[in-house]
Write a protein of this length. Structure first.
Length: 182
């Protein structure tokens, strides 16, 4: 067994070499702003929830900021609903508190899920890939079923249609032909 012995200084250096001081300060400012903005939220019904903003702080956290989207994680769907209720206020407060972060929207996820922020182009690629996989799977299932191939499409002659429907189609055809000549 070949084990590499690494000096503790080297291990610490490797661990923290990709973390910039500026990035860390920016992240701390965003988290602090998140807490400050939520603390200003007052309940619509103070008798039911007098500390609504403080409760939101306790049950949510900033996870990521990517492409102007701030990802927030909450520990229960009820807290996500409440955060969504206050979303415009929170977004405006975050934009005013940390304007250099360029926060354009806020998205929420339930704690324990692995949803990540992706750009619309990335989401489209993922959706397309899933659709293509599904189509392939369905085609494979159809081929394995050994169903006789039939032409499902049927064309009708005007004479086979009910008289009132045939008359409507004839009028439509004549109208289209007359307009195309104009």
């Amino acid at each position: 067994m070949n084990e590499e012995i690494v000096n503790i200084n080297e291990l610490i250096h490797r661990t923290f070499e990709n973390i910039s001081v500026e990035g860390s300060k920016s992240a701390n400012r965003i988290v602090e702003s998140w807490r400050n903005v939520l603390s200003r939220i007052k309940s619509v019904n103070p008798q039911m929830n007098p500390n609504e903003g403080e409760n939101l702080i306790d049950h949510s956290r900033v996870v990521d900021l990517k492409n102007g989207m701030l990802l927030i994680e909450a520990d229960h769907p009820g807290w996500i609903s409440l955060l969504q209720f206050h979303k415009k206020f929170i977004l405006k407060g975050m934009q005013m508190s940390v304007p250099d972060a360029n926060i354009n929207s806020i998205v929420f996820r339930l704690r324990g899920t692995r949803d990540e922020i992706s750009s619309p182009g990335e989401r489209e690629k993922i959706v397309r890939a899933n659709i293509e996989k599904r189509i392939e799977s369905e085609e494979k299932n159809l081929n394995q079923a050994n169903l006789p191939h039939q032409n499902v499409q049927k064309t009708y002659k005007i004479e086979e249609l009910p008289p009132e429907l045939a008359e409507i189609f004839a009028d439509l055809k004549n109208t289209m032909l007359t307009k195309s000549k104009e």
